[in-house]
Ligand binder design. Structure first.
Ligand code: GSH
Length: 315
């Protein structure tokens, strides 16, 4: 039974970003509950918890809510130190690699995948993503560039192959850095997993000429972890409402914009889906910003965002 101590992942099965977190949870052998979100808005039980942030996944522990995989992975490493993924050599580098896997490589995946399967995508999905990005979801353009994007996608995959071939010593070539899987592997896995699920023929053709990467991918995908329990979004909201956020000293340290704890600020992603989430600043440091929000539906919530990739302004 999920309760205020449980990790609750709000996600849907085909989400590649959610897969990063699911993989991290499997590698750390952590039990968790999941809420299956619809692939498109509205998500009425989630919004009171996130304050309007709508991207997927979101992690909840009691009345603490974590928006974006960067802060989710950071929190998992901070709270659950057994089976660590922030291994020597992964610190800092993991998020730098994520800038690439989530940026240019992800955009290639989008073009290849929607170029291949786009005709089967429902109109509601297209409309939802147009609203999210503020741009047309142009399937024709994606189809037109898909052949070139296949080249681009394989070029990126082959960088993993180079990395795996570059290791030295016993166990080299098993993982991105050294002999154990860590955060860099979690980020590197995402696009390969998505392509394997959505356009398996193309993924397999690329992996056929990248034997170290294929073995690495298989090794990671064999990790089973614990099967999650599924709860409803209403149950998750009830858990948040009945819980209090974890105690956190109200602090800010050397904020470049001079923010002080207690000020009203707003936070939004810097790429797309720019919904500004407003709240009272509880804590800010170089890698995390935490807002307190109060609503009838969820009562008091602490919403956590990463700093890199998230804009903060006075509300
Ligand atoms: N920077 C975010 C990106 C998350 C993201 O873009 N997720 C996709 C799903 S895989 C999304 O939110 N799509 C729109 C939606 O599901 O509403 C993160 O790392 O969590």
């Amino acid at each position: 039974m999920a309760d205020a101590r449980s990790i609750i992942l709000h996600e849907y099965p085909s989400s590649p970003y959610a897969e990063k977190v699911r993989l991290a949870l499997r590698l750390k052998n952590l039990g968790y509950a999941r809420v299956e979100l619809p692939m498109v808005m509205p998500r009425p039980d989630l919004m009171p918890m996130t304050g309007g942030y709508r991207r997927v996944p979101v992690m909840q522990i009691g009345a603490d809510v974590f928006c974006d995989t960067a802060i989710i992975l950071r929190e998992l490493e901070t709270r659950y130190q057994h089976l660590p993924l922030k291994l020597p050599g992964h610190e800092g580098l993991a998020q730098m690699v994520a800038g690439w896997t989530d940026g240019r490589w992800f955009q290639c995946s989008v073009a290849v995948i929607f170029g291949a399967i786009g005709d089967g995508v429902p109109e509601t999905f297209i409309k939802d993503r147009e609203q999210l990005s503020g741009r047309p979801f142009d399937l024709g353009a994606m189809k037109a560039v898909a052949p070139m994007m296949r080249d681009q996608w394989r070029a990126r995959l082959m960088l993993l192959e180079e990395r795996l071939a570059g290791g030295k010593g016993a166990g080299a070539g098993l993982y991105m850095i050294g002999t154990k899987p860590g955060l860099v592997d979690v980020h590197a896995y995402m696009n390969v997993w998505w392509m394997k699920s959505a356009v398996p023929d193309f993924a397999d053709a690329c992996l056929a000429v990248a034997p170290l990467t294929r073995a690495w991918y298989e090794r990671l995908s064999e990790v089973t972890g614990q099967a999650p329990e599924t709860i409803t979004s209403a149950e998750a909201l009830r858990i948040a409402k009945d819980a209090a956020p974890r105690l956190l000293a109200a602090t800010t340290l050397d904020e470049p914009q001079g923010f002080r704890a207690g000020e009203r600020v707003a936070v939004a992603p810097d790429d797309y889906g720019q919904v500004w989430v407003e709240g009272e600043l509880v804590h800010a440091d170089a890698q995390r910003v935490v807002l307190q929000r109060v609503s009838d539906e969820a009562e008091t919530i602490h919403v956590h965002f990463p700093r890199a990739g998230y804009l903060v302004r006075r509300a």
